[in-house]
Write a protein that binds this ligand. Structure first.
Ligand code: AP5
Ligand code: MG
Length: 191
């Protein structure tokens, strides 16, 4: 089993690269953003609660997303690995994930950190806003808040894994295919 976290700020290409990685490596893709948007679309209780946070660019409470990940892990007992995208986003989430994986006698094997400069991030999100229909893409103020929340609450997650020597830094600017090759090189060295 191989478990990977694709880490990086909003707009760094986590979703784009995840699609390509799961196709190549056959892992189960777990994006808490996608799972939450599905809950909002089907208007579940959880979806209605999450909407208040998402449309303001704030994080959904830890207990909610940890519960979602726990269910997803249980629902996929035979997965050959998990690719976490947009999770963990707080140190409390990272600690909870470690505990959940330990119960399954596995662990996080690698954290790949996509680095993209701030101007490029905003440029990408403005571009995506034209077609995504995402509540949190439409408003430049919310886009800025998402970047701020990332710096304050999510960046410490990279430090958390850095302590265990699990983080590899990858340049997330340039052609999608070139970045994909860089990620594959890192993964193939670890596997
Ligand atoms: P989430 O859905 O996770 O969004 P995010 O982290 O803000 O990141 P994005 O999905 O916006 O960006 P991405 O890195 O996937 O980039 P993408 O590939 O799409 O979270 C949304 C919200 O849900 C959060 O704000 C929070 O409220 C809540 N939430 C989710 N998880 C949570 C958690 N664990 N805890 C608490 N709350 C949580 O690319 C972006 C754009 O750039 C696309 O248009 C793409 O086509 C383009 N692009 C990609 N690569 C390139 C490239 N190389 N060159 C040019 N353009 C590119
Ligand atoms: Mg995404």
């Amino acid at each position: 089993m191989f478990n990977l976290i694709l880490f990086g700020p909003p707009g760094s290409g986590k979703g784009t690269q995840s699609e390509k990685l799961i196709e190549k490596y056959g892992w189960k893709h777990l994006s808490t953003g996608d799972l939450l948007r599905q809950e909002m679309k089907t208007e579940t209780k959880l979806g209605r609660e999450a909407k208040e946070f998402i449309q303001n660019g704030q994080l959904v409470p830890d207990s909610v997303v940890i519960g979602m990940i726990e269910s997803a892990l249980e629902a996929n007992p035979n997965a050959k690995g998990f690719l976490f995208d947009g999770f963990p986003r707080t140190v409390a989430q990272a600690e909870a994930l470690d505990r959940l994986l330990e119960q399954k006698q596995t662990a996080i094997h690698s954290v790949l950190f996509l680095h993209v400069n701030q101007d490029e991030l905003i440029h990408r999100l403005i571009g995506r806003a034209k077609t995504s229909g995402r509540l949190d893409d439409a408003d430049p103020e919310i886009q800025r808040r998402r970047q701020e929340v990332y710096r304050n609450e999510t960046l410490p997650v990279a430090e958390y894994y850095q302590r265990y020597g699990k983080v590899e830094h990858v340049k997330g600017e340039g052609a999608v295919e070139d970045i994909f090759q860089l990620l594959c090189t890192e993964i193939d060295q670890k596997q």
